[in-house]
Design a protein around this ligand. Structure first.
Ligand code: ATP
Ligand code: MG
Length: 339
């Protein structure tokens, strides 16, 4: 459904002495299969929106190619636009129009009959808890209601490929959960392919079949949440022993399944890939060796741990990081960053 090769976007800002190049996207390859829900994750300024704008034909790539729904974004933009739904990060509804009219006009632009657009619009208003707002102007809606209206606009023509840019930003927990459910339903009931950007780790974790992480304009990882977590750090296993004299035995046993065992008093810690599989055997082994445990804790890594391992920074710190304009493109990656 999406196939991008070497996508580049370089912006030119300022004039004269202040002229600057912003390397927003630096050679991105993407492959998204039909029916996949992909979470495009990265900190502020990473290049998510810029990549999306190239894929939905709102921005011409500086270099590289992309085919979306079978069409080339540079030479067949109209066909691409007809095949997709798009909900931009900033929204696109006109503040002085009635919400229902906006939605129906939008559907009709995509070739729906007025009757079908009204029926589908009202169904989506109900799904997104916008009942009663059909004749309300956008400017008189709350932030969360506007956001939900943007999403309805992106879905009115039942596209089989949907791009959502930070769809849940500004939504309350109930509205977020509601949208998550709807996104899962789009795929399950209509076989839709969904490409959504987010910087909420839990959102990517809960929704996406696959997570693609972008940092400073480059893809740093692409895999299922489980595989990402397993590949970069493993699970943290901590054993609390009943007595000091068994610490050495426990350390040796844990070392048979972990490369980085640490001892802290009666606590023995280690990172274990896929602990769910390895720990039952470890427990049997410890018992057979007469090692008594007070407790055991297994902590799964978060996507933030994945990001930290890949980039040397936390996603949360990175979120507050300065824009990349002032950073030389070639030296932007932190030392030791892995691909
Ligand atoms: N039209 C533009 N002109 C100049 N620079 C731009 C333009 N659009 C985006 N940028 C810059 O490109 C970089 C990537 O921006 P982008 O909007 O793609 O980030 P993002 O990952 O979507 O971030 P966020 O999470 O904040 O939405 C940023 O440094 C941004 O300032
Ligand atoms: Mg963005």
């Amino acid at each position: 459904m999406i196939e991008a090769r070497g996508l580049v976007q370089t912006f030119h800002t300022g004039q004269g002495k202040n002229k600057k190049e912003v390397h927003a996207v630096k050679g991105v390859d993407l492959d998204v299969a039909e029916g996949e829900v992909v979470g495009f994750l990265g900190p502020n300024g990473a290049g998510k929106t810029t990549t999306l704008r190239m894929l939905v034909t709102l921005l011409r790539p500086t270099a590289g190619t992309a085919r979306v729904a079978g069409y080339d974004v540079a030479t067949e933009p109209v066909q691409v636009r007809r095949s997709i739904g798009y909900c931009s990060q900033v929204g696109s509804t006109f503040s002085g129009a009635f919400a229902g009219d906006e939605v129906v006009d939008h559907g009709m632009l995509y070739g729906m009959s007025r009757k079908d657009a009204v029926a589908k619009g009202q169904e989506l208003f109900e799904k997104f808890q916008l009942e009663g707002l059909w004749r309300r102007m956008n400017k008189n809606m709350s932030g969360g209601q506007k956001r939900r209206l943007d999403i309805v606009m992106g879905l009115i023509h039942s596209p089989s490929l949907v791009f959502l840019d930070e769809p849940t930003t500004g939504l309350d927990p109930q509205a977020r959960a509601n949208l998550w459910e709807h996104i899962s339903g789009l795929r399950a009931n209509e076989g839709a392919t969904v490409f959504l950007t987010t910087h909420y780790l839990d959102e990517a974790d809960a929704l996406a079949d696959r997570i693609i992480i972008i940092d400073r304009g480059e893809i740093v990882a692409s895999d299922t949440s489980d595989n990402l977590k397993a590949s970069v750090s493993g699970d943290q296993v901590s054993l609390e022993l009943s007595s000091d004299d068994q610490v050495a035995t426990a350390r040796d046993k844990l070392a048979s399944i972990s490369d980085d065992v640490r001892v802290d008093g009666r606590l023995v810690h280690g990172r274990v890939p896929r602990a769910g599989k390895a720990v039952p055997g470890l427990l049997r082994d410890l018992e057979a060796s007469g090692v008594g445990l007070e407790g055991i804790e297994v902590i799964r890594p978060t996507l933030d741990d994945v990001f930290l391992t890949l980039t040397g920074r936390s996603l949360r710190d990175a979120d507050e990081a300065a824009e990349p304009e002032n950073v030389d493109a070639e030296t932007a990656a932190p030392e030791g960053a892995t691909r």
